[in-house]
Ligand binder design. Structure first.
Ligand code: SF4
Ligand code: SF4
Length: 158
């Protein structure tokens, strides 16, 4: 009688292109809050922002939200496209800002490959800045996974 050979363990996933980590710091310049691009919000974001501003949900929605492509987004300034919460190039709701703002630049699009990361660096002075802290690949992946889960919740209307 022979002893069954156990199956080989699955191969470990390939190392991400950012295996050596990525440099990033937020200088608070406000550039990512300006111009084109929507800030999509989940119900969790909406509840947090409304509470931070001391508003009930209908009032918050009336003053700060709009529907776009079947989802909730923060209102923008019509003349510039800047986020409605940007004041003097600073976020007026920083502590309660939406998940999408907190997780930048750890987004699927930004982390697709080195070229996408480089492109993000053209719009954000903190992405890849030489003196910025090195964020480990593990922390980058953790933040990316959080962002993916958050996007799925927001797309599902949660
Ligand atoms: S553009 Fe970059 S550095 Fe400037 S506020 Fe946004 S994340 Fe921070
Ligand atoms: S909520 Fe704050 S951090 Fe997010 S885009 Fe608006 S001003 Fe910028």
């Amino acid at each position: 009688m022979t002893t069954p050979v156990p199956p080989a363990p699955p191969a470990p996933p390939p190392a991400p292109w950012y295996a050596a980590g990525l440099r990033f710091t937020c200088t608070g310049c406000g550039a990512c809050c300006t111009g084109a691009g929507r800030v999509w919000v989940s119900l969790e974001d909406i509840a947090r922002l409304a509470a931070a501003l001391g508003l009930d949900l209908p009032t918050f929605a009336e003053e700060h939200l709009e529907r776009a492509a079947g989802r909730w987004a923060l209102k923008e300034r019509a003349e510039t496209g800047d986020c409605g919460f940007l004041r003097d190039r600073r976020c007026a709701v920083y502590e309660a800002r939406p998940r999408q703002c907190r997780t930048f630049p750890w987004w699927p699009t930004t982390l697709q490959d080195a070229a996408a990361w480089g492109e993000a660096g053209r719009g954000c002075e903190g992405v890849g800045a030489p003196g910025a802290p090195l964020v480990s690949a593990e922390d980058v992946t953790r933040a990316l996974d959080e962002e993916r889960r958050g996007r799925a919740r927001a797309a599902a209307g949660r």
